[in-house]
Write a protein that binds this ligand. Structure first.
Ligand code: PEP
Ligand code: MN
Length: 347
């Protein structure tokens, strides 16, 4: 593992003093994480689930911080939570996925955060709306906070998948493009929903150059009051970290540099060809738009569209391009053609 890779770990929720102490002791001995995490106020979707122990848990977190010398972090959902954790020197906080969806709440939490150098972790909103995530980060930046991290915890799946939340990796990638200095931490526990899938998610996060992991751990996950299927034991976290393949972002190996450059030059020229091909294709489809206008014909020609999809997918059968991918590209192109033809026809 690399030295600056951040590990945040601890139970989903604070349940009892014994539970957090035992978990923290094991974590300290086995993993020595950068932060001990535990939720005391739990924003649960349904009111009949365990909603957290509340401020009663604060002294226990302080005891963990002092006895084990681990910074502690918890979730805040309103100004009152922020006041309580700052008053008690809890080291950091995260804003949860349900809270980030509400800009009023985010602003209220920011206004209550008088300590500007505290580390703040902003989870992605439950729904795949990158603007809400970006907006929350911008609110913190505008208020002068410097130590901001994003946490990628996946998105609510409209269709059932084997994961609890779908990662939609393109969204944290786009976030990284928008904020090149922002460190993104992955929370594979809430993406996976089950300990079985944590490793594959964590490895993907490493491959995408994320800055750390937030992994839920509990000394006795079977009896956890929340998220029991996704919590690892501290020893399992240690094994997971030993089994992940940590990567460098770069190397000064000359051969690598040269080979990479020669591939990248070819990719560049292919991308430029692709732009030219698309341009030609859209020019042709604009001509068809004019023809349809002249003869008063509908933009959508379903039979032609069906034929395009079938023939192109068939053509790609023996290539190494996946059908799903090709279909997406065709749909994008078709959508754009229709938009352009409609413009011509409606003019
Ligand atoms: C949590 O970290 O336990 C939690 C509630 O996460 P999220 O806000 O990502 O659902
Ligand atoms: Mn949880």
């Amino acid at each position: 593992m690399f030295n600056d890779f951040m590990i945040i770990s601890g139970p989903c929720s604070v349940e009892s003093k014994e539970q957090v102490m035992t978990t923290a002791k094991q974590l300290k001995d086995l993993v020595n994480p950068n932060y001990f995490r535990a939720g005391i106020w739990k924003p649960r979707t349904r009111p009949d689930s365990f909603e957290g122990i509340g401020s009663k848990g604060i002294p226990w977190l302080k005891e963990i911080r002092d006895n084990f010398n681990i910074p502690v972090i918890t979730e805040v959902g309103c100004a009152k939570h922020v006041e309580l954790i700052l008053k008690n020197d809890i080291n950091a906080y995260w804003v949860g996925a349900r809270t980030v969806t509400n800009p009023f709440s985010v602003q209220e939490i920011i206004n209550a955060t008088h300590k500007k150098d505290i580390e703040i972790f902003i989870k992605n909103p439950v729904f795949p709306d990158i603007e809400l995530w970006t907006g929350a980060i911008e609110r913190y930046l505008n208020a002068g906070f410097k130590n901001i991290y994003a946490i990628h915890r996946g998105f609510y799946p409209y269709e059932k998948t084997y994961l609890r939340n779908i990662p939609m990796w393109e969204i944290p990638i786009e976030l990284a493009r928008r904020f090149p200095h922002l460190e993104i931490i992955c929370d594979p526990s809430h993406i996976a929903g089950n300990t079985k899938y944590i490793k594959e998610i964590a490895q993907q996060a490493i491959n995408l150059n994320m800055a750390g992991l937030m992994v839920e751990t509990h000394y006795d996950p079977q009896n956890a009051l929340s998220d029991k299927n996704q919590q690892l034991k501290p020893l399992e976290l240690k094994e997971l970290l030993n089994n992940l393949n940590f990567k460098k972002t770069n190397t000064d190996n000359l051969n690598y540099e040269q080979e990479l450059k020669s591939f990248r030059d070819k990719i560049d020229s292919n991308d430029y060809k692709l732009i030219e091909i698309l341009q030609n294709r859209f020019t042709l489809s604009d001509e068809i738009g004019k023809l349809k206008k002249k003869h008063n014909i509908t933009t959508l020609q379903l039979d032609r569209w069906k034929e395009i999809v079938e023939s192109r997918l068939k053509r790609a059968e023996n290539s190494n391009i996946s059908k799903d991918f090709l279909l997406k590209i065709l749909q994008l192109i078709h959508e754009e053609s229709i938009r352009r033809q409609n413009n011509i026809i409606n003019k």
